[in-house]
Design a protein around this ligand. Sequence first.
Ligand code: FMN
Length: 195
Amino acid sequence: MSSTILVIVGSTRDGRFGLRVGKMMVKALEKRQSLKPILIDPLDYEAPVGKHPLGPRDTEVLPSKLQPLDGMVKSCSGLVLVTAEYNATIAPTMSNLLDYFEPASYKHKPVHVVTYSLGSFGGIRARSAILPMCQELGMVCLPSGITIPQVATANIDEEGKCENNDRLTPKVEELAKEMEWYVRALEDHKIKSPL
Ligand SMILES: Cc1cc2nc3c(=O)[nH]c(=O)nc-3n(C[C@H](O)[C@H](O)[C@H](O)COP(=O)(O)O)c2cc1C
């Protein structure tokens, strides 16, 4: 049986690069036999900004478009968060969307963070900002990560195909392999020794 990995894109801007980067991660994860990646485009879910319910976030209290995503976050085996750097931090669309779901839905699930920017630093400050958030939500932050500088010229096409980027291509494959390894390790252990 394959394990579902949600690849969540953190931007909704016209002309955004986030979707290309998300699709690139989906392509790499698809090559791992035991993983089934699903691309989550925030444009499909219409999460109102800052309208999060307090306390238990039962599916029924969520806006209707977010209800199916609630189930997907609960049942997935891992996540890949794809965020640009916006004003030295996480893209607001990403944090807004993640906040809609119960911390318990994320708990003990492996997460990879992929950041990017137009400039030279590849969104490293967004990476630094999102890792404590992932930790707060109970996710297992994986050691490898990707920062993509100059995303506009990184040779990632609209379908997520990335060619002629000697730095990025092996990194993306490495992340997918590492995700598969952690998913297997954690899922096997959860079965053998439930918490
Ligand atoms: C509101 C805004 C703030 C930004 N702030 C930063 C920043 O602090 N550091 C940086 O390296 N790039 C910054 N950028 C550039 C983005 O990282 C770059 O445009 C990226 O492509 C945005 O992601 P998107 O194309 O998926 O929307 C900013 C872009 C926007 C729109």
